[in-house]
Design a protein around this ligand. Sequence first.
Ligand SMILES: Cc1cc2nc3c(=O)[nH]c(=O)nc-3n(C[C@H](O)[C@H](O)[C@H](O)COP(=O)(O)OP(=O)(O)OC[C@H]3O[C@@H](n4cnc5c(N)ncnc54)[C@H](O)[C@@H]3O)c2cc1C
Length: 251
Amino acid sequence: MTPPSPPRHQVVLESARMLSPLVREMVFRVEGEQTLSWAPGQWVSLVLPLPEGPLPRAYSISDAPDGTPRFPIAVTRVSGGPGSSYLHAIEPGARFECVGPQGFFTLEAPPGGPPRRASVFVATGTGVAPLRAMIRHAAAVEPDASSAVPLTLLFGVRHREDVLWSDEWTELARARGRAFTFEPTLSRPDPAWAGRSGYVQAHVAELVRPHVEEGVDVYVCGLKRMIDTVRSVLKNELGLSRQDIHTERYD
Ligand SMILES: Cc1cc2nc3c(=O)[nH]c(=O)nc-3n(C[C@H](O)[C@H](O)[C@H](O)COP(=O)(O)OP(=O)(O)OC[C@H]3O[C@@H](n4cnc5c(N)ncnc54)[C@H](O)[C@@H]3O)c2cc1C
């Protein structure tokens, strides 16, 4: 049996702001609907009305559903990229078609519940968007941090100002204690940076290893090269199986 095709909607851009020098957060509203539901981690295909013709591009929804017809995305401006350049140029009020939500990169958890196993989330750049949806969902459905499984976010970017939602992660780590750890790493740190440096692949084994014996889910999102390297560390150095490793590629 062929799976049903994902729903098609008209969406309107409600608001937008820069999260970092290259990343624009955009909040869309689905027209004519009371609500939009998605599983944290899913994405939508925006059908961008370019002068040369419609251009479909996929974007992860960057938050958990909140019972409204609104959903946010975070778009990296890729130099010379037609889709991301268009999305960085449009103003609130712009309308086009959206297909989704869709995708299977979602939290390993009972429906509506928190994850049961320790989870490590690994992202570079806007690969953190679907992980943010998962982490915020997990925290919302398990308000008692003392009984929550530990979640760790390993987030790699070039410069300090590229760390998306930095204040939010710091606050979540403060509020959740051992239930949430935030580990940013910079590939081009400034001299005053006291945190981790280098690529995520240099740090992932250290952060996952303490959870291997009890069982761990690792979620990896970003560009293919990073995902392949992280997957090989998880399999070859730590002995994780395919079922433990969940990935979403942006290219
Ligand atoms: C399931 C899925 C979810 C995605 N979610 C997001 C998202 O939440 N945010 C987002 O910005 N992009 C996301 N992307 C990538 C997005 O769909 C486009 O590929 C991207 O915006 C570039 O499109 P373009 O037309 O501007 O450039 P193109 O000319 O189509 O792409 C040029 C090159 O840009 C690189 N690239 C693609 N995405 C990125 C990126 N995020 N950061 C740096 N380099 C990139 C790739 O190497 C690609 O070959 C997702 C892709 C997939 C498949």
